[in-house]
Design a protein around this ligand. Structure first.
Ligand SMILES: *[C@@H]1O[C@H](CO)[C@@H](O)[C@H](O)[C@H]1NC(C)=O
Length: 488
């Protein structure tokens, strides 16, 4: 007898139910010049609305990451990878014994490179560092497919040793250091050069676990998934960023909050460079903004031990939003999407960061974001779900069409001034005194350095060496040359 899905999940043992909910389902659509693939939240409960169908909270892993299924090699092996707009590289095979939660890591298949007839080794190795964790990889080239769309001779890393990262990563950011002499073509570059998409652009629509599914569309956007016009925001040039890192930096011009009674307030004009990062579970914002959110959020108490603002989980079901402004565009993140449940405790999905502020998944669940690397713009709108109408992104300076979303906006809140100050730091009004949450399992966060110091040959690799070289000194330009690839 077939039970309705929700009911059958509830009847399964908690462990099985949890495992089931962690398997992303891939739905792939291919059209003219675009490719749409499912992106699903795995292992975690970003939204609390699903509680009645979930295993007890204590049985859950604490974090949330967004994953995509990618087929690698010949014959294809399907791997589940973290979709990360905060780093550029593709790599597979994390070391599960040194992952943050080994048992979770072990649930996902690894790439058996000895079984791929199209794999070529390069002999080049590298260490990639993230906000949390790192991986030592050896570069190989092989076929990479998402659904029916295949790119060949893609350079990517096979993990030799990694720390604190539970899944391989599909990175979609620009090169962090554009002047790096060792750049090689990333997946988005190859998709364009091999004609899968017309420009290096994709849209991303992340969802909570309760939503049917989120999606990434390479080379397209879906007007059935947002409200109003897309706001075009130029990517800030890395020369204007303290760290010099090139990321999807945009300027946040205001923040505010809407309370359950429908009143709302926003800060004065601010100018803060932030970047969206789908690999970051939490948002990390300058201290005054972090404190402004915490001190105005209903019932929030600051926990000095963990550094989080702790809230009553029931607030997640109340109307209200945490609001972000980019010029005239408001992105309202519902309380349910902004609150993160970690080891049974509910916290605001934000921590302070005065160096490289990030808009993580706790923001991205509310936003529809088109990333246009060729023209260095992001296009942003409030995410919604009112059907599907995929529009291709062409090439040239107006490649991303100036379209309006098909969805209608929720009624706007009554603005009242209750003093939302996003520029001054302050002492917390209420201190949390209960058990502190333990947030060991956040996403990898943004890419940091790349250091070509590692050496290594993949044990047992039978694939043909790309150029018969086994040089241990690093040079990605040399990798590309060794693999016989054109540099972009
Ligand atoms: C990677 O991270 C681990 C654990 O934090 C650390 O011990 C190790 O030194 C790092 N490796 C490199 C090459 O940075």
């Amino acid at each position: 007898m077939m039970l309705p899905l929700a009911l059958s999940l509830a009847l399964l043992s908690p462990a099985v139910a949890a495992a089931e909910s962690q398997r992303p389902r891939s739905v792939i659509t291919r059209g003219d010049g675009f490719l749409r693939a499912s992106v699903n939240a795995i292992s975690g409960i970003p939204s609390l609305r699903r509680r009645q169908f979930e295993a007890p909270v204590s049985n859950h892993r604490q974090g949330t990451q967004y994953a995509i299924d990618v087929d690698i090699g010949t014959p294809a092996q399907t791997l589940t990878l973290i979709l990360d707009t905060g780093s550029p590289d593709l790599w597979v095979n994390p070391s599960c014994t040194t992952a943050n939660i080994p048992s979770e890591c072990k649930k996902y298949p690894q790439f058996d490179y000895t079984k791929s007839s199209s794999l070529k080794t390069t002999g080049f190795a590298d260490v990639l560092s993230y906000g949390k964790g790192n991986v030592t990889i050896e570069y190989v080239t092989d076929t990479v497919a998402i659904g029916s769309v295949k790119i060949t001779e893609q350079i990517f890393g096979v993990g030799l040793e990694s720390h604190d990262i539970p899944l391989g990563i599909l990175g979609l950011s620009p090169a962090i250091n554009p002047k790096d002499p060792d750049l090689y073509p990333f997946v988005l570059d190859t998709m364009k050069s091999q004609g899968v998409i017309k420009s290096r652009a994709f849209s991303l629509d992340l969802r909570g676990v309760t939503e049917p599914e989120g999606a990434i569309i390479f080379g397209g956007l879906d007007t059935g998934k947002f409200v109003g016009k897309l706001e075009k925001l130029p990517m800030v040039d890395p020369s204007q960023i303290k760290s010099g890192a090139d990321r999807y930096w945009i300027v946040l011009t205001g923040v505010g909050i809407t309370l359950p009674d429908g009143t709302s307030d926003r800060s004065g004009e601010i100018e803060v460079a932030v970047f969206p990062d789908s690999g970051g579970t939490l948002s990390r914002l300058p201290t005054p903004i972090f404190q402004a959110f915490g001190e105005s959020f209903p019932g929030a108490q600051f926990d000095p031990t963990s550094g989080f603002y702790v809230v009553d989980c029931d607030v997640a079901s109340q109307p209200g939003s945490v609001d972000f402004y980019f010029n005239n565009k408001q992105i309202a993140v519902t309380y349910a999407d902004f609150i993160w449940q970690v080891s049974g405790i509910c916290v605001l999905g934000v921590l302070p960061d005065d160096d490289e502020p990030v808009l993580g998944d706790s923001f991205l669940r509310a936003a529809y974001v088109v990333h246009d690397q060729d023209n260095r713009n992001l296009h942003l709108a409030q995410a919604a779900n009112c059907g599907s109408n995929i529009v291709s992104i062409g090439s040239g300076s107006n490649a991303v069409p100036s379209v309006t979303g098909d969805c209608t906006a929720a009624p706007s809140a009554t603005k009242v001034g209750f003093g939302f100050d996003a520029t001054a730091t302050r002492k917390p009004n209420n201190i949390f005194t209960g058990n502190s949450p333990d947030a060991t399992d956040v996403g990898p966060g943004p890419a940091g350095g790349r250091s070509g110091t590692a050496t290594g040959r993949l044990p047992g690799a039978t694939g043909q060496s790309a150029a018969g070289r086994n040089t241990l000194s690093f040079g990605a330009a040399a990798i590309a040359a060794a693999a016989g690839l054109m540099m972009l």
